[in-house]
Design a protein around this ligand. Structure first.
Ligand SMILES: [Zn+2]
Length: 479
């Protein structure tokens, strides 16, 4: 915990990110290249993300399950696009218990195949549908270039899997889950997102349609926040997932899958953080407020601690996640900096003068200096903390939205487009050709992030080839 400053974001955004993840004790590098150890502070943040989502999944009828880590190799090979997409990044187990295995086992990169295999047994009739499942687990994809939270060999996530009797129902589920993720992103993570459809080249291996949420990070690059896939009958045909309809006819199911990972922690860091460190949205922060006692003598310490304990109890009773920093031998200044770096939304300062006057000082993490400080009566601390947490939550979202808007341009020609993707997003008509998309990527390093669901209508000319285009896409350089 050296008092060393982080690099500024303007200086070196990537290094700012790497050092912050380590210094805030969110995660650390594992002994195996590309793997990540999530530390208690990072895991507490992930648990809050899990709870916020799990609540929403259950409210829409989904149940949690646990499927195995290992998948027989031939399962992966059953769906043509799936195997093509995932083969380069599979981890394969060939020896178990000292013996060569008759069939190698894949460490799951995702679970569509093994779930499809079991559904073929479990689903017989239309009465068995829909099947609405989710699992919280970790998966492995052998990535070459890795970054903590953003891309690691093993990462934590949830994968939802559903089976339906009709195409319409499965499509509605795919969109419903995108709406649920949007609500989580905006309401809980305070991250404005653009819901949209992926182009064919960017969609999930085995999906008919992939939807995603795209967000702008603090360095103006894009990050895919999560995905929701309409899988059509691709997996149900590969695994013979069929049901007898009401007329006694055998039909293939329509399936979906959807996922959100620990990558979202990377997004929270990069969207909200500043040069002093993390700024966590109150709804997800492991500690929403931290009480820092200020004292010189032992006598002062006893008085301050007594009041601090009482304040802590009041806040706990009001279900506020609060930490009383009782660490010995560290100055208040050090503690201020430490909790600032770790992104606690609200600091409660309490010294002998405050004890005497019956007040406390509240300091907002998102507004440094005097502007973010207020004096409130100890008797009204709960109401004030609740009010400020709500204000911080909203102000983080509004600030991120204003930033994205300020850095999204509607270029009039390809030259302006090239400039726009150097410094943010370009919102442009695109003819739909994979060729134009590939050339744009090659020439600008920007990819088609998504075709936003919300289209203003009208027609235009493709930003690359000039041919007539009906839809606009968001282009940007991405994580
Ligand atoms: Zn074109």
């Amino acid at each position: 915990m050296a008092e060393q400053k982080l690099p500024t974001r303007a200086e070196d955004f990537a290094e700012w990110y790497n050092q912050l993840v380590l210094r805030a004790e969110l995660a650390d590098y594992a002994p195996v290249r590309g793997c990540m150890i999530v530390r208690p502070y990072g895991w507490a943040l992930w648990e809050n993300i899990q709870q916020a989502l799990d609540r929403r999944f259950k409210a829409t009828g989904h149940q949690n399950v646990a499927f195995p880590l290992f998948i027989p190799k031939h399962f992966i090979e059953k769906e043509k696009h799936h195997v093509e997409g995932f083969s380069p990044e599979l981890a394969v187990v060939t020896i178990g218990g000292g013996e060569e295995l008759a069939e190698p086992l894949i460490v799951r990169p995702t679970s569509e195949t093994i779930i499809g295999h079991m559904w073929a047994k479990w689903i017989q009739s239309y009465r068995d549908l829909p099947v609405l499942m989710n699992q919280w687990n970790s998966v492995v994809r052998w990535e070459l270039r890795t970054r903590l939270f953003l891309r690691t060999l093993e990462f934590y996530w949830q994968e939802g899997h559903t089976a339906h009797a009709t195409r319409e129902e499965a499509e509605a589920e795919t969109r419903q889950m995108l709406d649920i993720y949007t609500d989580f992103a905006v309401t809980d993570a305070a991250i404005p997102v653009i819901p949209g459809r992926k182009s064919d080249s960017e969609k999930f291996a085995g999906a008919d349609t992939t939807y995603s949420l795209e967000a702008m990070m603090g360095d103006r690059k894009a990050l895919q926040f999560c995905t929701s896939h309409f899988l059509g009958q691709n997996f149900s045909k590969a695994f013979e997932v069929r049901y007898l309809d009401q007329g006694g006819q055998l039909q293939h199911c329509w399936t979906t899958s959807w996922g959100l990972s620990t990558r979202v922690i990377g997004a929270i860091i990069m969207v909200h953080g500043d040069d002093q460190g993390l700024i966590l949205p109150p709804k997800l922060a492991p500690y929403q407020a931290v009480i820092v006692p200020i004292f010189k003598s032992d006598e002062e310490k006893a008085r301050v601690f007594e009041t601090a304990q009482k304040l802590r109890q009041k806040l706990v009773a009001a279900q506020i996640r609060v930490k009383l920093d009782e660490r010995d031998g560290l100055s208040p200044g050090f503690k201020f900096n430490d909790w600032e770096m770790r992104g606690v939304p609200l600091r409660i300062e309490l010294g002998p003068k405050d004890v005497a006057s019956g007040n406390v000082v509240l300091a907002r993490r998102d507004k440094p200096g005097k502007e973010g400080k207020s004096n409130v009566a100890q008797g009204e601390v709960v109401a004030n903390v609740e009010r400020l947490l709500a204000e911080i939550q909203k102000s983080l979202h509004d600030r991120a939205l204003a930033f994205r808007k300020a850095n999204t341009r509607e270029p009039r020609n390809y030259d302006e487009f090239k400039q726009a993707v150097e410094t943010g997003f370009a919102y442009s008509f695109w003819c739909g050709s994979a060729d134009c998309e590939a050339k744009i990527k090659e020439e600008t390093k920007a990819t088609m992030r998504c075709i936003p669901l919300d289209q203003p209508g009208g027609k235009g000319a493709c930003i690359y080839c000039g041919k007539p285009a009906k839809e606009r896409g968001i282009f940007g350089r991405a994580y």
